[in-house]
Write a protein that binds this ligand. Structure first.
Ligand code: CA
Length: 427
């Protein structure tokens, strides 16, 4: 089925602000709780949430093979399992229904009452039950900055980095949607100059500016996903703040890698933007030298031009944007990550999530973490009203935003906004 939702000239009969992340060309998928406390799968146009369960019951998806309850669920996993053909058919139908030229739903006041919600009447939930979560480390600028700080500026990149999309397995149990506050973790650290490790609240809590992609069922145990097919198994993307406790990380990470410094919380934006919606914003990824192994080689444009930014709002204060980066800086692409992840026969399922790793750009104002922006706490980052930060303080809210823009058309992810609460009391 062809994809025909991207026409920039297309307009919806629902009001959409000029700078909205959610024009009719976007049609993301999410899960929300309605004003009547019913959980449903939905999409969004402008500032309206659209109940797909209700639309389906009213017969608007006739002709598309869908089970009766496909949208009356509290996760997108089953819908994602139906595959790309179904995602496309549903998005195409939504695009037709909400087209300004189409009177069917537009002129049916009774149906509109059941289907449409204002964004402030609903509560966004986690869109998928995340089975497995993997985090990569695919920004060359980020890996170089971290290697320069912690090891040796002359050999900042580890010898494997230019050959392997490096990653580790994370925890899915602590991934939360935007709006859910996160508590400063406690744990073991080994402060500079100390003689023994200490136990207490982390003093160096940081954000990581990342994006993540959500997969569909892809392969049987023992099979690999060829890189040329990998794209078909990616449902869509979200913004991803991979909270990190740098002091805990530094003490614990040898030799098995990140553990409690990373798994206390990770926050995602609640609307999954599909790869079909991002198609017009495809760009080439950075040239790779040395050329990777054949199973990691790809043709054409395999990245996306997605502007990313992070703002910090201290309690009661205005937010200050502290960095602006772009997804296109990523050295290893999503299809390379997926091909590499499965080359040993590792199984990928519907609802798995893969983090990009911190996305730092080439200049100091495009770094993707406070660790880099404050250069390990040596350069305070100025905020409005003479406030400054080296890392994230208690009751700060961290807001990640992301959007694509090209010749007047814009598709965005909204935001992931999370408040950092003080550490719990230790006896
Ligand atoms: Ca990370």
């Amino acid at each position: 089925m062809p994809e025909n939702t991207n026409d920039p000239a297309k307009k919806s009969w629902l009001e959409v602000a000029q700078d909205s992340d959610f024009p009719i060309q976007n049609i993301p998928f999410g899960v929300f709780l309605t004003r009547d406390d019913i959980i449903t799968i939905g999409t969004r146009i402008g500032d309206y949430a659209i109940d797909l369960g209700a639309l389906h019951q009213l017969g608007y998806f006739e002709g598309i093979p869908l089970t009766d309850d496909i949208f009356l669920q509290d996760t997108l996993n089953d819908f994602i399992s139906d595959g790309k053909k179904t995602w496309r058919a549903v998005r195409n139908r939504i695009s037709e229904l909400f087209d300004i030229e189409n009177p069917s739903l537009q002129q049916n006041e009774d149906h509109k009452k059941v289907v449409l919600f204002a964004m402030d009447e609903i509560e966004m939930k986690l869109p998928v039950q995340i089975g497995d979560y993997t985090d990569f480390y695919s920004s060359k600028e980020h890996a170089t900055n971290v290697g320069t700080m912690f090891r040796d500026p002359e050999n900042a990149l580890m010898p494997n980095w230019l050959h392997i999309p490096v990653g580790y397995h994370g925890r899915s149990s602590t991934i939360v949607p935007s709006g859910i506050p996160v508590r400063r973790p406690v744990g073991q650290t080994f402060p500079k100059g100390a003689e023994h490790p200490v136990f207490g609240p982390s003093r160096l809590v940081d954000f990581e500016l990342e994006m993540a992609f959500i997969t569909t069922d892809a392969n049987a145990l023992g099979e690999a996903i060829p890189i040329a097919e990998a794209e078909d198994y990616i449902f869509g993307m979200v913004l991803f703040n991979d909270w990190s406790a740098r002091d805990i990380q530094k003490w614990e990470y040898v030799p098995l890698g990140p553990f409690l410094a990373k798994n206390f919380a990770s926050s995602i934006s609640p609307w999954i933007v599909t790869m079909d919606a991002l198609e017009p914003f495809r760009v080439e990824s950075p040239k790779q030298d040395p050329e990777p192994f054949p199973y990691l080689r790809h043709q054409g444009a395999n990245s996306y031009d997605i502007h990313l930014e992070v703002a910090i709002a201290p309690e009661g204060e205005e937010a200050t944007t502290v960095t602006r980066s772009n997804f296109k800086y990523m050295y290893w692409t999503m299809v390379q990550q997926l091909a590499h992840h499965t080359v040993n026969g590792c199984t990928i399922n519907s609802g798995d999530m893969m983090g990009s790793g911190t996305i730092s750009g080439p200049t100091p104002d495009s770094y993707g973490s406070m660790l880099e922006l404050s250069w390990q706490g040596t350069k305070p980052v100025p905020l409005k009203n003479n406030i400054e930060r080296k890392f994230i303080a208690d009751n700060d809210t961290v807001i990640l935003k992301g959007f694509c823009e090209k010749s007047g058309s814009r598709i965005g992810f909204g935001e992931v906004s999370t408040k950092l609460l003080p550490a719990r009391e230790i006896d």
